[in-house]
Design a protein around this ligand. Structure first.
Ligand code: FE
Length: 331
C-alpha cells in the first residue's frame, strides 16, 4: 500500500514537469521567417513558450507517424489542404472543438471534423504577359485547354501538391472524364516542359517563352516586390462559374499532444484579429478571418469570387488527380 501511494504521488508530482503547460511544440512546414514573429508575439502575450522545427511537409508527417505516442509535437503546421487532409487521414491529428476557431475560420477552409484549420488563404490563378495577352482573351482554367493557347502555356510540375489540389477540385466539379480532357488540352498547349516551381514558371512568361501560366498569388507578389515593373498581371478566372481555386496553409493539434490546451490556444490566437494580418501578410496571402484587412499589395490585385468548395475535397480526390495527370501525360 505504501508503495502504491508513493507511486501515485510520484505520478502526480511529475505531471507539471513532463507536461509543462507553458510550452507548445510545433512541427512546421511553413518557413521560419513566416512563423517566428508570430510565435514570439504569442509568447509575449501569453507566457506560453513556442518551440518549433521546420521541414518539408512529407518528412514532418513521416516523423509524426514514426514517433507515435512519443512525439514531442503538439501542433502540425503545413501548407495545402491536400497535405492537411493527408495528415488527418493518417490519424496523427486530434479533433478540436473550439468556438473561437469555428467563428474565425470559414467552414470551407477547415476540416469538417475539426482536425485542421486553415490559417491563411492563397489563390492558384492565371498569370499572363501584359505585353502579349489582353485580359479579355482569358476566361477560365478550362479554356487554357483550347487551341487558342497552343504553344503559349507554361505550368509547374504535376508533382507539386498545389497542382494536384487544383486538378482534384476540377474532378469534384466536372468528374474525371471531362477533367482529363482539360488536362490533356493543357499538356497539348505547353510551350515548355513543366517547371520545378511557380517563380521559374512566371519568369518563363516574363521572358517570352510562353504567355500564360497558373501560379499561387503570393509567388506573384514576391516577384512584383522584386520587380514592380514586371510585365505580368494576375487574372481571376471562372468568375461566371465556380470561382477561383483557393487553398490554405493551416494547422492542427496532434493526436498525442502533451499540451493540447495550449496548442488549441495557439491556433485560436493565430486565427484571431490580432494575428491574422501578419500571419497572412508576411507571405502576401489572404487572411482566413473575414474581419481582417488584406496587405495593401495583395489588395491591389483586386477582388474575386473564390470557389466555395470545401478545400478538404482537394485531399479526398488527390490520389485520383495524381493518376489522372499521369494518364494525361502531365509530368
Ligand atoms: Fe508555396
Amino acid at each position: 500500500m505504501r508503495y502504491l501511494i508513493a507511486a501515485v504521488l510520484t505520478v502526480t508530482l511529475m505531471v507539471p514537469v513532463t507536461a509543462s503547460a507553458d510550452e507548445v511544440v510545433v512541427y512546421s512546414a511553413r518557413k521560419e521567417h513566416l512563423i517566428k514573429p508570430l510565435f514570439d508575439r504569442f509568447s509575449n502575450e501569453t507566457g506560453v513558450e513556442v518551440r518549433y522545427i521546420t521541414d518539408k511537409a512529407g518528412p514532418l508527417l513521416q516523423r509524426l507517424k514514426a514517433e507515435g505516442k512519443r512525439t514531442p509535437a503538439d501542433v502540425l503546421m503545413t501548407v495545402d489542404a491536400g497535405n492537411l487532409w493527408h495528415a488527418a487521414d493518417s490519424g496523427v491529428l486530434a479533433a478540436v472543438d473550439s468556438a473561437v476557431l469555428a467563428a474565425n475560420v470559414p467552414a470551407n477552409l477547415r476540416d469538417p471534423q475539426g482536425r485542421w484549420f486553415g490559417l491563411s488563404e492563397r489563390a492558384r490563378t492565371i498569370v499572363y504577359s501584359t505585353e502579349r495577352v489582353k485580359p479579355a482573351e482569358l476566361t477560365s482554367y478550362e479554356d487554357l485547354a483550347s487551341p487558342a493557347w497552343k504553344g503559349r502555356l507554361c505550368l509547374r510540375t504535376s508533382k507539386k501538391v498545389y497542382n494536384q489540389s487544383l486538378v482534384a477540385t476540377m474532378i469534384a466539379r466536372h468528374g474525371e472524364q471531362k477533367t482529363e480532357e482539360i488536362v490533356r488540352g493543357w499538356v497539348a498547349n505547353l510551350a515548355a516542359a513543366p517547371f520545378s516551381n511557380d517563380t521559374k514558371t512566371m519568369e518563363a512568361v516574363a521572358a517570352g517563352q510562353c504567355d500564360v501560366a497558373i501560379v499561387n498569388t503570393y509567388y506573384f507578389g514576391r516577384l512584383q516586390k522584386k520587380d514592380p515593373d514586371i510585365k505580368l498581371a494576375l487574372f481571376w478566372p471562372n468568375q461566371d462559374g465556380n470561382g477561383v481555386h483557393i487553398n490554405v496553409s493551416g494547422a492542427g493539434v496532434t493526436k498525442h499532444a502533451k499540451n493540447p490546451d495550449a496548442a488549441r490556444k495557439l491556433l485560436e490566437w493565430l486565427s484571431s484579429e490580432a494575428a491574422q494580418g501578419d500571419f497572412a501578410g508576411l507571405n502576401m496571402e489572404y487572411p482566413v478571418n473575414p474581419k481582417v484587412a488584406r496587405d495593401p499589395l495583395v489588395a491591389s490585385w483586386g477582388d474575386f469570387k473564390a470557389d466555395a468548395l470545401n478545400v478538404n475535397e482537394a485531399g479526398r480526390l488527390q490520389a485520383d488527380a495524381i493518376r489522372l495527370m499521369d494518364r494525361a501525360g502531365y509530368r
